[in-house]
Design a protein around this ligand. Structure first.
Ligand code: NAD
Length: 471
């Protein structure tokens, strides 16, 4: 496979290319282009002209997205295998990602038919004989920049709502995992999306991505990725719209009255290691009430030790490699640093190439990197607590605020937690990793601004315009 860039419904060759590797074998399995400023300008010009010359009705957008969902379904196995190879994600999780992405497209299609403004009562002294309502209109060209870890579903969360809302898009996929996005562009064209509505520019963030940020014809950026890059995007895009879906060091609190302690332990462990821990809402800090600590630990250790780790193409595997050996070494280094400062490795901790064993740490302290930063690796820390208020305080003691999990049978405590835990999502009796694609999703603090989930993303990707009528 050799992809350049996708402009006006065609692949254009690129003089300079970058290799995409199989993350388990290390072999090159595809190439993509390295987008120069000229390429990015051409892509934006094309998206801009297409937006102004071809308008799609809401029903047409609905049909295109539904047809695309059908094709994704038919080609699920082929697409899942691309994710397995370019991400290193185990086959069952890659299949699950395709299934979820299909749901995201279907939900986006539905939203295309529901875009509406509202009636506005103008009841104010001195205002007579006027009525008003609002309509929602597409923002124009959207610049979409995506991360490596869920390259199908997170791209679906950008393309689906953007198309539903009537926008054109220039997409820059993550340079480590661009192939599935290239396939998505081809499939959307096959499903009837007019050429130019979706252009894909490949390349590195600091070059191709940076060129995209500098083109003022782009009305809005939708970004998912690391907080550092999110901060940069916000600082250089001036008054243009931005939504940022960034990181987290997800806390999960298991109170002594958790409805099922073993189940909670199993969820915390397995959801801490999905995609080798490389999910923004991956379980990372687990606060467990001291009264139930032994029971919780026994189950957590048993589950962690039972996981199959290895070749992600093998359907029996639970955990595959991380995105690169460099990232696995970085996580290993954080574990070693924690151990030097007094932490204990209860399970795992060893690395072979890009594979880091699922790891459980205890004896950690708040200032260790494995606790206070986003570990983004299959590493969880179990931290005992005596007082639930102290657990809330520790959970909140972070610069992040994406999602948090709490296990308790006490409805009053759960409601209090919903108010006092400072996160975009509070998940009761499941882990921070739980997400339905239709729900509003997004963080506070350094976890970002704006919401995803097709309904909310369509709101972000449209402008509300008021119409006032004199009677
Ligand atoms: P990253 O920030 O390194 O890269 C994300 C994208 O930004 C890539 O396409 C990259 O090429 C591009 N980029 C990098 N520098 C750029 C620049 N200067 N200008 C424009 N674009 C640039 O992130 P990653 O390593 O791919 O993904 C991991 C991060 O993403 C983690 O922090 C994770 O928590 C976060 N994430 C968040 C969510 C969420 O929904 N909140 C979901 C998944 C991942």
């Amino acid at each position: 496979m050799n992809y350049g860039h996708y402009i006006h419904g065609e692949w254009i060759k690129s003089e300079e290319t970058l290799s995409v590797y199989n993350k388990y074998t290390g072999e090159e399995f595809a190439k993509v282009g390295k987008g120069t400023r000229e390429v990015v300008t051409e892509a934006v010009t094309n998206a801009f002209e297409t937006f102004h010359s071809i308008k799609l009705t809401p029903w047409q957008r609905y049909e295109i997205l539904m047809r695309a969902a059908e094709i994704f379904k038919e080609r699920k196995e082929e697409l899942a295998l691309i994710i397995v190879r370019e991400v290193g994600k185990v086959l069952k999780d890659a299949r699950a990602e395709i299934d979820r992405g299909i749901q995201t497209f279907i939900a986006s299609a539905e939203e295309a038919k529901r875009i509406s403004g509202e009636g506005i009562p103008l009841n104010q002294a001195g205002v007579d004989n006027k009525m008003a309502f609002s309509i929602r209109v597409p923002v124009g060209v959207i610049g979409a920049i995506t991360p490596f870890n869920f390259p199908f579903n997170l791209t679906a969360h950008k393309l689906g709502p953007a198309i539903a809302a009537g926008n054109s898009i220039v997409l820059k996929p993550a340079e480590m995992t661009p192939i599935i996005a290239c396939k998505m562009a081809e499939i959307l064209t096959e499903a009837g999306l007019p050429a130019g509505y979706l252009n894909v520019v490949n390349g590195f963030g600091q070059e191709t991505g940076q060129h995209l940020l500098e083109d003022e014809r782009i009305a809005m950026y939708t970004f998912t990725g690391s907080p550092g890059v999110g901060r940069h995007i916000k600082s250089v895009t001036g008054i243009r719209k931005v939504t940022l879906e960034l990181g987290n060091n997800s806390p999960n609190i298991v109170h002594r009255d958790a409805p099922d302690i073993e189940k909670a332990a199993e969820l915390c462990v397995t959801r801490g290691y999905v995609n080798a821990g490389q999910a923004c809402i991956s379980v990372q800090r687990v606060y467990v009430h001291r009264d139930i600590l032994d029971r919780f630990m026994d189950k957590a250790v048993q589950v962690a030790q039972s996981l199959n780790v290895g070749n992600p193409e093998d359907p029996t595997m639970d955990v595959g490699p991380m995105i690169s050996e460099k990232e696995a070494k970085r996580a290993e280094q954080w574990i070693q640093e924690a151990v030097e400062q007094g932490a204990k490795i209860i399970v795992g901790g060893k690395r072979t190439g890009a594979i880091l064993e699922p790891t459980i740490l205890t004896g950690v302290t708040p200032e260790m990197k494995v606790v206070c930063q986003e570990v983004f690796a299959p590493v969880i820390s179990i931290i005992p607590f005596d007082d639930i208020e102290d657990a809330f305080r520790q959970a909140n003691d972070t610069r992040f605020g994406l999602q948090v999990g709490l296990f308790t049978s006490d409805i009053t405590l759960a409601m209090r937690a919903a108010h006092s835990l400072e996160f975009g999502g509070v998940i009761i009796n499941d882990v921070s990793t739980w997400r339905a694609d239709v729900m509003p999703y997004g963080g506070i603090k350094d976890s970002g601004i704006g919401k995803e989930g097709p309904h909310h993303a369509v709101q972000e990707m449209t402008d509300e315009k008021i119409v006032v009528i004199s009677l």
